[in-house]
Design a protein around this ligand. Structure first.
Ligand SMILES: Cc1ncc(C[n+]2csc(CCOP(=O)(O)OP(=O)(O)O)c2C)c(N)n1
Ligand SMILES: [Mg+2]
Length: 619
């Protein structure tokens, strides 16, 4: 076929084509291609330096603004994996999820202009949850910057608030130092770093000896993070405060994820129940007798009771935002441990702040803690927790059709592997996952915490499965959050990631519906979707799809789905009239419900009936 086409060409074109082939053959024969390759350009330097820093994977989507960097990555594909995504927002969330589950720097890449802008939401998620993420973007040609050329967006500006290190690379000699500074910033500050490289600079060769006279070669060698421990006097002061408390409560967050053993040890010595912020769900197992689960709207009633009765609060690695659920200021003396000194006292006026690594600080503190004899407070809370789990079992095994959403997460919890990684999204599903998944010792859990963004669940799961190909990864997502970045399901198919996506389908932005009704006393507005068949969607992408409509099917369908070796969606059709009520309904919330129903809430009869039936069945 090719021969026929060539023979049709005019003789002079054919001649020049053959000449070109001979020229290439001549250079290849003389090893000239090797010489060309040995001259590194900016992108080569960046890629090599990322490899030196141990970066193994980059999530991204190319474009003409970043193709120089793509070529450097292509040449090093045996050392650094490029995960092609469908949407750059997915890439940033994937990098954040990867970082959350590995503790390493997550890296994402996008082209100039729109590609970089698409990254922003996922980067804000990393920034607000203190995860080290590096974003690499392209910029238009350096001699056209500011001229309004195609995709000429100065990405340094929109990245200014999200990336504490935010630098344009102006020439190849700056590349190594800039990568070093970006990685050090991200790791040491647990934050986002951004580097942007003009198209021409990406492919600019690095001739020797052209650095500025002030730059010493190799002046930015790598460092590792420091081990921060507070001074001994502060540790002793903290021990005194804790030893004096009668009703000590431990409250831990994501900053304590590596300190689970120490949290359990200090809890046993202080006879102190443990309450967990959502991002700290995996700090200690939910089954531990001292664990009271989460706090706040999607937490447990015993956690709230414990906070209401505490006379001493030990906060470890948390900047949990909802201060109203903490003890009233003045009610409890407080000790707070946080690696970021600026976080001390922002949510609770603590008596003493210890700036330090959670694990190391607790290791210093524990030997100074006296074994408490009185365990009345702890036993009281443990009793309440047993009642709470009975209540959840009752709610989680309800036979009703339409099916209650929590029936799915209750069953799923038992079926998960011992080392499963669980990701969730923002919506009522956060409550169903937070309360009904009984986290075990080696399981991991995360969601978009402080940004509370929708659409993170699917890409987080991709980041997790790329990092841990042999672990079970399950995402619990709402139909709204899934649809926002459902294109990323196809990323999971492309990279053969056998993630299980449990999509809780209520046909609406249910969380917002309940906020409109319960918080404001208004009828719902603008929260109902058109239907999407997620089973067909999954199959159309090359994955597997299952549907559950009845509680009797839940276990068998989940089992079948969990045994799939490819990306799988389970569409669980649930009752949209099941509110994710807080552990203790306030009088104001009940009044707001009534107000909304009177003002004309659609389906008010069904909602009132559901609420009434739910209460009757629990009595
Ligand atoms: C990007 C983004 N947009 C909007 C919101 C506000 N919001 C929070 S939860 C939610 C509803 C989520 O709907 P869905 O994923 O279907 O979960 P459901 O509440 O129905 O369980 C919305 C709109 C948000 N948190 N993030
Ligand atoms: Mg929904």
């Amino acid at each position: 076929m090719v021969q026929v086409e060539v023979l049709k060409l005019r003789p002079e074109i054919l001649e020049s084509f053959i000449c070109s082939l001979l020229t290439v053959a001549f250079f290849v024969d003389r090893g000239c291609c090797e010489n060309l390759d040995s001259e590194l350009d900016t992108s080569d330097v960046i890629a090599d330096r990322l490899i030196d820093w141990g970066v193994k994977v980059i999530f991204g989507l190319p474009g003409d603004g970043i193709n120089g960097m793509m070529e450097a990555l292509r040449k090093r594909q045996d050392k650094i994996k490029f995960v092609l995504v469908r949407h750059e927002e997915g890439a940033a969330f994937e990098a954040c999820g990867y970082s959350k589950f590995t503790g390493q720097v997550g890296v994402c890449l996008a082209t100039s202009g729109p590609g970089g802008i698409h990254l922003l939401n996922g980067l804000y998620d990393a920034h607000m949850d203190n995860r080290p993420v590096l974003a690499i973007t392209g910029r238009t040609y350096s001699d056209l910057m500011g001229s309004g050329y195609q995709q000429d967006v100065d990405l340094i500006i929109p990245f200014q608030k999200v990336a504490g290190f935010n630098q344009l690379i102006a020439n190849p000699w700056a590349a190594e130092m800039t990568v070093d500074l970006a990685m050090k910033y991200a790791l040491n500050n647990r934050d986002v770093a951004h580097i942007s490289i003009p198209i021409d600079v990406q492919v600019e060769a690095m001739a020797k000896g052209v650095e500025s006279e002030h730059k010493v070669p190799n002046m930015t060698s790598a460092t590792t993070g420091s081990r921060v421990i507070p001074p001994r006097t502060q540790i002793e002061q903290a021990a005194n405060i804790l030893n004096q408390g009668d009703r000590v409560v431990i409250f831990c967050g994501a900053g304590a994820l590596a300190a689970g053993e120490e949290i359990l040890q200090i809890s046993r010595k202080l006879n102190a129940p443990i309450v967990k912020a959502l991002l700290g769900k995996a700090v200690v197992p939910d089954e531990d007798p001292n664990c009271l689960g989460g706090l706040g709207l999607l937490g447990t009633a015993p956690s709230q009771d414990a906070m209401e009765q505490a006379d001493t609060l030990l906060m470890v690695g948390t900047s949990y935002p909802y201060a109203d659920y903490l003890p009233k200021p003045g009610q409890a003396r407080g000790v707070q441990i946080d690696i970021k000194g600026e976080r001390i006292g922002i949510r609770y006026p603590v008596t003493l702040g210890l700036t330090g690594d959670a694990k190391l600080t607790l290791q210093e503190l524990i030997p100074l803690i006296l074994q408490k004899k009185n365990d009345a407070f702890l036993r009281n809370m443990q009793g309440k927790m047993k009642d709470w789990w009975r209540l959840l079992e009752n709610r989680g095994t309800r036979p009703d059709v339409p099916m209650k959403p929590q029936v799915v997460t209750w069953s799923l919890s038992d079926l998960l592997s011992d080392d499963a990684i669980i990701c969730t999204d923002s919506g009522t599903i956060t409550t169903w996952a937070a309360r009904y998944i009984k986290i075990r010792k080696n399981q991991l859990f995360s969601c978009s915490g402080n940004l509370a963004s929708m659409a993170n669940g699917l890409p987080y799961a991709i980041g997790a499965q790329i990092a841990f190909p042999n672990r079970q990864v399950v995402a619990i997502i709402g139909d709204g959050g899934f649809a926002m970045l459902m294109c990323e399901f196809s990323t999971a198919v492309l990279h053969k990631l056998p993630i299980k996506f449990i999509v809780i389908k209520n046909g609406s932005l249910d969380q917002i519906r309940w906020e409109q009704i319960g918080f404001l006393g208004n009828p719902e507005y603008g929260v109902e979707f058109a239907d999407i068949d997620f089973v067909k969607f999954a199959e159309a992408c090359g994955g597997a799809g299952f549907r559950i409509e009845k509680p009797t099917e839940v276990k068998s369908v989940l089992q079948a789905a969990l045994s799939q070796d490819k990306p799988t969606v389970v569409e669980a059709i649930v009752d949209p009239n099941e509110p994710p009520n807080p552990p203790k309904l306030t009088r104001e919330q009940v009044e707001n419900f009534a107000k909304a129903l009177i003002k004309g809430q659609p389906q008010r009869g069904r909602i009132a009936l559901t609420l009434f039936r739910d209460k009757i069945s629990e009595l």
